[in-house]
Design a protein around this ligand. Structure first.
Ligand code: HEM
Ligand SMILES: *[C@@H]1O[C@H](CO)[C@@H](O)[C@H](O)[C@H]1NC(C)=O
Ligand SMILES: CC(=O)N[C@H]1CO[C@H](CO)[C@@H](O)[C@@H]1O
Length: 329
């Protein structure tokens, strides 16, 4: 009996390896059914944990999606952003993450615990985060898509590696393109992924420059819709409490939709990096397309999320499968 089970497990593992080698070739070696033999229920378990967390607080949705982006852009999609550090010098301690909401971390930690109780030591935290990022998009009414799996967890998490790897909200299109290209993402991917700003919050200091000190001739960024600018000034007066945060999509802040692009056309992009997508002629036609054709946006967003998920991944015997997402084994 035991012998039979052992043989079957070896065969399953062989099949998985063969699938990984063949299907995964040239794609960072990720595959959709990576855990088919070793943890077939992983996606159901993660979805349950995500849905529970979302029902407790909607912040889970934007927090988890942004956490995935930050994880992938620094050190690759390897859950390095989740490592806790007693010394305050891990990736999550960098100034850029001050605003990473705790609910994103909590989602991954809880989902991983649920997975560990069924398939211990098998599924990486990086894969749990990738699945959870898809599930929160779906929970907010966005498109469903398959997630490629097989990432391993990284062994490096340093605050000093964050600077210069994440885009600044003051960037223009050329700077955004350069930074996304370094992560193998095109301008189209960049425009589609920016649509994530259809959800969630921003603190006032990330766009205050557009309201109070834009240029020698105008305090307010002239590309801002004047009514929207006044609304932002009301919500974010100078010297406002630094904890104040406002919805990035003022119209439908809890729905994953293409209203973000309609906002850009109306001069209601919150960051310079958002509004630039419409004011720059190289990206304007894509913004118009996404604003008018939600199916085009969804399709481009899915393709870009899958590519984002391949950034700098560790596979095979690189890295490790962390037991606790907040600590190296
Ligand atoms: C294109 C370059 C990008 C820039 C410059 C940028 C910048 C920012 C900034 C400054 C914030 C506000 C943080 C705060 O003050 O609380 C923010 C929030 C957010 N970003 Fe981005 N981001 C970019 C791309 C992305 C991408 C690719 C994604 C995901 C696919 C994403 C998802 C989010 C989400 C969901 C929030 C809301 C977070 C929350 O409410 O907790 N962003 N982003
Ligand atoms: C970009 O793609 C190249 C070629 O496939 C690969 O070698 C490189 O590691 C990728 N870069 C990132 C950041 O994923
Ligand atoms: C969510 C989280 O861990 N945020 C941390 C980001 O970094 C600052 C320090 O720069 C910490 O105080 C936050 O707790």
């Amino acid at each position: 009996m035991a012998e039979e089970a052992r043989r079957r497990s070896i065969i399953y593992r062989l099949i998985t390896v063969v699938m990984v080698v063949f299907i995964g070739k040239g794609h960072g070696q990720l595959v959709e059914n990576f855990y088919a033999a070793t943890c077939p229920a992983v996606e159901i378990i993660v979805k349950q944990a995500v849905d529970t967390k979302v029902s407790q607080t909607f912040t889970t949705v934007p927090a988890t999606l942004r956490l995935f982006f930050h994880d992938c852009f620094v050190e690759g999609c390897d859950a390095s952003v989740i490592i806790a550090s007693p010394n305050g010098d891990a990736e999550k301690d960098a100034p850029d993450n001050l605003s990473l909401a705790g609910d994103g971390f909590d989602t991954v930690i809880k989902a991983k615990q649920a997975v560990e109780s069924v398939c211990p030591g098998v599924v990486s935290c990086a894969d749990v985060l990738a699945i959870a990022a898809r599930d929160v998009v779906v929970a907010a009414g966005g498109p469903l898509f398959n997630v490629q799996l097989g990432r391993r967890d990284g062994l490096v998490s340093k605050a000093s590696r964050v600077a210069g790897n994440l885009p600044s909200p003051t960037f223009g299109v050329n700077q955004l393109n350069t930074m996304f290209a370094r992560h193998n993402l095109t301008e189209l991917d960049m425009i589609a992924l920016s649509g994530a700003h259809t959800l969630g919050f921003s603190h006032c200091n990330r766009f205050a420059n557009r309201l109070y000190s834009f240029s020698p001739t105008s305090n307010v960024d002239p590309s801002l819709n004047p009514t929207y600018a006044q609304q932002l000034i009301n919500d974010c007066p100078q010297n406002v409490d630094p904890n104040v945060a406002i919805n990035m999509d003022p119209g439908t802040p809890t729905t994953f939709d293409n209203v973000y692009y309609q906002n850009l056309i109306a001069g209601k992009g919150l960051f310079t990096s958002d509004q630039a997508l419409f004011t720059d002629s190289s990206s304007q036609s894509t913004v118009n397309d996404f604003a008018n054709n939600p199916a085009d946006f969804n399709q481009a967003f899915i393709a870009a999320m899958r590519k984002l998920g391949q950034t700098g991944v560790k596979t095979g015997n690189q890295g490790e499968i962390r037991k606790d997402c907040t600590a190296f084994n």
